[in-house]
Write a protein that binds this ligand. Structure first.
Ligand code: GLA
Length: 732
């Protein structure tokens, strides 16, 4: 059993293959967090807690005689607000008498032999290979009728523990939830670094590593999306942690809207780490019998550095979060017309692109923004999800059929959550947009946001999108979101429910996605938000691939894809070969390099194939052959980061499960005169097998390759790349 319960049902050990997470409900019913780390035998570790009379840390009513007992110092699972723990809390309540206190004590527990599901939101699900086990702990508020259920699922083999919270008002009077974070980790001892993934539009997910001290480290989003700026994932690790060494704890929030994530030491040097919905502009009213579900956090622990942690996340997200036909089915190589044509296209242009693409082996044409309503630039038309047949010169059905006749699939872009003021939809339903009466709204990309919390808005979108997907032969949908939310006001939840709108908005998005995927289960969905502005675990539940960044520059992509790889599987990373000079950076890189970088992701093209040279066309064919040859490695293999950003070259590697085949990609990021050698390390091989290396034909044992590495005979020029294979051979 992965979940062990002892001490009259008060001591809980959650055991995974290599880790243990322990909680203990003490004599006052405070749920202590006594351990998380390397696997242990599960004895009660309450004894590790050092108790002392700490000045200005008060004592709860039960322990007035014992001044060494203070909520302000104890490691807890559900630190609550207003009753003596002065650190950052998980939960905050406003009662109808105006008081703001929350004091949750242990009531009981329940075990279920499968993983739990968070209502209305994505969460990890059980598959045939592994089923989670769940512990549900009930905590009751000491002076009201508010009950919290803490959900923990253990995926033993994967070294993953999830946690979520349900808050239920069982009392007569209304309670307002002012804050409800999903997870708290308290570390009594040790020094830690916090790694977060930060950036901006076209520069997403750069790792930033800081030492946790008493000054709070905090990231978050208030954009209504998980955001380009801060990803809802972070790693707590020992300061000596590297790719292959050290204790690393991952926290990954399964949520696509406002979040907070922080780490801070308290007055005694204990570290508290929290993650969940951002409490800023959040409040949720709970009337009698109502409950609130906070999103899941996926926790994982690695005793052997960051690489192992990434492997655990890749496996769990690929196997227990991504769903549907394309979770395992081979993804088609696509050509997206965005950077090829932008808004300037018609049927002839698209078919000519399609013909050229089909000839080169590309398997799908994706028609991006501009095919609907009045939409020749980004100032109008959003919301009018009717094909603009005049512009296209045909119906979508006819166009789709023509593309299918070329032997290709056909994909279409949507941005359902948005509305242009210059649209028929806005003229008919101005109240469907989020905007505060009496104020001019903030516009971004000259568009407003639809109120996705409203059933009628979702019904309209469901009907429009279903109509299009039901009539035209569409195999793929790119689901975009091109602005951050602001001016939050919903006509449906006006007044004292305004604090619910951000959350209800994202629940509405999830609901619409779920309904559409239920109706069109064979559609391959690609998530997008101006590239990687909504690249999070929750979106992977709907879209097994997400456009990683609007930045298609192969060299910039090295860093973006590197940062993305800490949590998210490589198969989820949308990556395309685009034209040079690159449209975002102006840089020129070799065609071959662009292909090699894009191969480490869900692969495609985003350029005008009619404008490339014959040599480049040949390279497209070669790249597609490489895509097929390496598909199982890049989409299901084990991934290794080999170099940190900022080196002379960037290298990474994939190894198949049997360890018979490895592929390394190496890209020179700078050039120098009289160059020093390029020596690269090799990881993940089996020590006792023999491998032949494709670039020098040498055969060595895996032990030798991993110990000694490889020196390239030639130093590649700036921005050139090489693919290096290791194939197992019978013997030396
Ligand atoms: C976003 C996407 C792009 C493209 C445009 C269309 O920026 O990330 O790939 O679809 O929108 O407007």
């Amino acid at each position: 059993m992965a979940i062990q319960v002892e001490k009259d049902g008060r001591l809980f050990n959650l055991q995974t293959a290599d880790s243990t997470y322990q909680m203990y409900a003490d004599e006052y019913g405070v749920l202590l967090h006594t351990y998380y780390g390397k696997k242990i035998d599960g004895e009660n570790l309450e004894e590790l807690i050092f108790r002392a009379d700490v000045g200005f840390s008060g004592n709860p009513p039960e322990s007035v005689a014992d001044r060494t007992y203070s909520l302000d110092c104890l490691p807890q699972e559900l630190p609550s607000d207003g009753v003596g723990d002065y650190r950052e809390s998980c939960i905050s309540l406003l009662h109808d008498d105006g008081s703001m206190a929350a004091d949750f004590r242990f009531e009981g527990y329940e075990l279920i032999p499968c993983s739990y599901k968070v209502e209305g939101m994505p969460s990890l699900y059980d598959n045939e290979e592994e089923r989670g086990e769940t512990l549900i702990i009930t905590m009751k508020e000491s002076a009201s009728q508010v009950v919290v259920r803490l959900f923990y699922s253990v995926f033993e083999k994967e070294n993953v523990i999830t946690r979520a919270i349900r808050v239920e008002n069982q009392g007569e009077s209304e309670v307002v939830l002012m804050k409800c974070l999903s997870c708290c980790l308290d570390y009594q001892f040790g020094e830690y670094d916090l790694i977060t993934f930060v950036g901006r539009h076209t520069v997403e997910r750069s790792p930033e590593r800081n030492r946790v001290r008493r000054t709070k480290l905090e990231i978050g989003s208030m954009r209504g999306t998980s955001s380009h700026q801060y990803n809802p994932s972070m790693i707590v690790c020992t300061p000596d942690a590297t790719e292959d060494f050290g204790d690393c704890y991952g926290l990954c929030l399964v949520y696509s809207s406002n979040f907070t994530a922080c780490a801070q030491k308290d007055q005694r040097g204990q570290t508290r780490v929290l993650m969940g919905i951002n409490p800023n502009k959040f409040s949720f009213r709970l009337r009698k019998g109502e409950f609130f579900d906070a999103p899941q956090v996926i926790l994982s622990y690695s005793d052997a550095g960051l690489t192992k942690l990434s492997h655990q996340y890749h496996k769990i997200l690929r196997g227990h979060m991504c769903r549907g036909k394309y979770q395992h089915a081979k993804r088609p190589v696509l050509l997206n017309n965005w950077e090829a044509t932008y808004f300037d296209f018609n049927k002839e242009k698209l078919i000519s692109l399609g013909e050229q693409a089909a000839e080169l082996g590309i398997e799908m044409l994706v028609l991006d923004d501009g095919w609907f309503g009045k939409r020749d630039d980004d100032n109008s038309g959003l919301g009018d999800w009717f094909a603009n047949e005049k512009k296209l010169g045909s119906s979508l059905e006819e166009l789709g059929n023509r593309i299918h006749d070329l032997g290709m699939k056909f994909g279409l872009w949507f941005e359902p959550e948005m509305i242009s003021e210059d649209s028929d939809l806005y003229r008919a339903h101005p109240d469907w947009a989020l905007r505060i009466p009496g104020r001019e709204p903030n516009r971004a990309r000259n568009q407003l946001v639809l109120d996705m919390s409203r059933d009628d808005v979702r019904e309209y979108l469901f009907e429009r999108i279903s109509d299009i997907l039901g009539h035209a032969p569409i195999d793929y949908v790119k689901w975009d979101v091109n602005r951050s939310l602001s001016d939050i006001y919903s006509h449906k939840y006006a007044g004292n429910q305004n604090g619910e709108v951000y959350h209800r908005f994202i629940l509405g998005v999830y609901d619409l996605l779920e309904r559409l995927l239920e109706k069109f289960p064979d559609i391959l969905l690609e998530g997008c938000s101006g590239g990687g502005g909504r690249f999070d675990a929750a979106m992977l539940y709907y879209s097994p691939q997400i456009w990683c960044s609007d930045n298609t520059d192969a060299v910039n992509r090295l860093d973006i894809q590197y940062g993305t790889s800490f949590f998210y599987p490589i198969s989820s990373v949308g990556a395309h070969v685009s034209a040079v000079p690159n449209h975002q950076t102006g840089r020129t890189t070799p065609f071959r390099t662009r292909g090699h970088v894009a191969l480490s992701g869900s692969f495609g093209y985003e350029l005008d194939l009619n404008k490339i040279s014959e040599d480049e066309k040949e390279m497209v064919k070669e790249q597609i052959a490489e895509f097929h040859r390496y598909y199982s490695l890049t989409h299901e293999g084990t991934y290794y980061r080999l170099t940190p950003p900022g080196e002379r070259f960037c290298a990474w590697e994939f190894v198949d499960e049997e360890k018979n085949h490895a592929l390394q990609t190496l890209v020179m990021t700078s050039a120098e005169g009289n160059p020093l050698p390029v020596h690269t390390i090799v990881k993940g091989l089996s020590p006792d097998k023999y491998y032949c290396c494709s670039v020098n034909g040498q055969v060595h044992s895996g032990r030798t390759w991993m110990g000694a590495g490889l020196t390239l005979r030639m130093v590649p020029k700036e921005y050139e790349s090489v693919l290096i294979e290791w194939n197992v051979v019978e013997e030396r």
